[in-house]
Design a protein around this ligand. Structure first.
Ligand code: GLU
Length: 467
């Protein structure tokens, strides 16, 4: 039997990290077993579902590289099929019409609350005839006895008493199907073998199993993954900062870093922290998913991101970085080669946004010098080294790191000064104070014209400061 998993988001917001982790686990499980991964958009809540949210989900999945083999399927396109199943359940006596008024249900609920009972429908319409032409909902006739055992792949054995479950609505007065019905029909029609989802759905599972049994269907296996908490122990939400996957992209995360972080959030393989995608696919196992909630830790996420910035193929980093260079109004195509810049700068940044910021000076003149450094190194004693360097650089036949290094050595020897007396002002002149590699490499990448222009600007600044 082909393993088939699905990710079934409701398009009522962005793709958040919790959803992305569920999607990742489902995707990994399918990939590991040579199965198929389905994307299903659960948009039956017409009031809360939006097209923007659908786009945000698709965009997030694409950015993360969680490609799906089937779908996206939209539940709103499948209403006829849900209706067919509702009619089948009615005909087989597994469902019934209910015309209890809102007032009656409200009263029932209040009485139960007062008696400290769990609010539930009292099944009054089970044995009533309700005219199909009058307004009504359709309820599932839940078994009243026995229990439902869920052998959850994460939680283990979880038992529910049927006596605890009431007759849930499967079709509303307006004719629309409810969540529990559409999920069951879809999981069945799409041949889902493992339902992997957040544990906020665990209580729906016995209801869904009962409907599947009424339809005579084989049951899928279930895996409920625990929720993600913020660092304060409360459920992760917007107030903990970025929770939307695309916001992480904006903040300069590499998708592989976010995936690596997410896979470790609630799953482990010994104490290994860094997993390539292939390793994740090979090693991931639902049985190693934690039962307890996991806490989101931004510092660790950044640590992993830094790891990927340092170790990923520089061409790939450059490719992802170019978007952030664009945000700074820099066109890396105008040179120097962004891959070369990545190679020399990447040790120094935790995010692509930071990497873009500290690399901007290669492409455009900075606005301001670092204030503290300026006061310290732009003094009278910097004038001669900078002037001599300017002359030496103008005369260079070739602009490459070795030639630049020779020129600096000559200036230092001629003036009989330590390298720092040239190095510090020159570095500030060229970079404005951004972190940078060896000076020969820095000037090489900045280029001759910009280097000379910036040395002139530094000399003017020193004169102004001294005046
Ligand atoms: N649409 C549901 C949600 O976004 C998920 C349903 C499921 O996975 O069964 O919470």
């Amino acid at each position: 039997m082909t393993i088939k998993t699905r990710f079934a988001p409701s398009p009522t917001g962005y793709l958040h990290v919790g959803g992305a982790r569920t999607a990742l686990f489902s995707w990994l499980h399918a990939r590991k077993h040579g199965g198929r991964f389905v994307l299903r958009i659960e948009d039956t809540d017409l009031e809360r579902s939006t097209a923007e949210s659908v786009n945000a989900i698709l965009e997030g999945m694409t950015w993360l590289g969680l490609e799906y083999d089937e779908g996206p399927f939209y539940q709103t396109h499948r209403f006829d099929r849900y209706e067919e199943i509702v009619q089948q359940l009615l005909a087989d006596g597994h469902a019934y019409r209910c015309n209890c008024s809102r007032e009656r249900l409200e009263e029932l609920r209040e009485g139960q609350m007062q008696r400290k009972e769990k609010p539930r429908y009292d099944a009054r319409c089970r044995e009533h005839y309700v005219d199909p032409d009058e307004p009504h909902v359709i309820r599932f006739r839940n078994p009243t006895e026995g229990e439902v055992v869920v052998n959850d792949l994460v939680r283990g054995r979880v038992v529910f008493n049927n006596a605890e479950l009431d007759d849930l609505i499967i079709k509303r007065t307006d004719g629309s199907p409810t969540y529990n019905l559409s999920v069951v029909v879809d999981d069945l029609d799409m041949g889902i073998t493992q339902v992997i989802r957040g544990d906020d759905h665990l209580n729906n599972t016995p209801r869904q199993i009962n409907i599947l049994k009424a339809l005579g269907a084989d049951l899928p296996l279930y895996a409920h993954v625990p929720m993600i908490l913020g660092d304060d122990g409360a459920r992760l939400s917007k107030r903990h900062g970025a929770v939307s996957v695309m916001q992480y992209r904006e903040q300069g995360l590499l998708p592989e870093a976010l995936l690596n972080y997410l896979v470790r959030l609630g799953w482990s393989h010994g104490d290994q922290e860094i997993f390539s995608l292939d390793e994740m696919i090979e090693l991931f196992d639902l049985s190693n998913v934690n039962k307890a909630p996991s806490s989101f830790n931004t510092e660790k996420l950044l640590w992993i991101n830094q790891h990927y910035i340092k170790h990923a193929d520089p061409a790939r980093v450059a490719h992802l970085l170019s978007v952030h260079m664009g945000d700074l109004e820099i066109d890396p195509a105008l040179g120097p080669d962004l891959v070369e810049v990545v190679k020399v700068q990447r040790e120094r940044a935790k995010t692509l946004v930071e990497l873009a910021e500290i690399s901007a000076f290669y492409y455009k003149d900075f606005d301001l010098y670092d204030e503290k450094a300026m006061k310290k190194v732009f003094t009278e004693s910097a004038v001669a080294p900078l002037e001599r360097t300017r002359t030496a650089l103008t005369a260079l036949d070739e602009w490459h790191p070795q030639a630049l290094k020779r020129a600096f050595d000559e200036v230092v020897a001629e003036l009989e000064i330590g390298f720092g007396k040239l190095g510090m002002p020159l570095r500030l002149a060229i970079t404005g104070g951004s972190p940078s590699p060896e000076l020969d490499m820095t000037l090489y990448l900045v280029g001759r014209e910009a280097s000379l222009r910036r040395i002139d600007r530094a000399l003017q600044t020193i004169r102004r400061l001294g005046a």
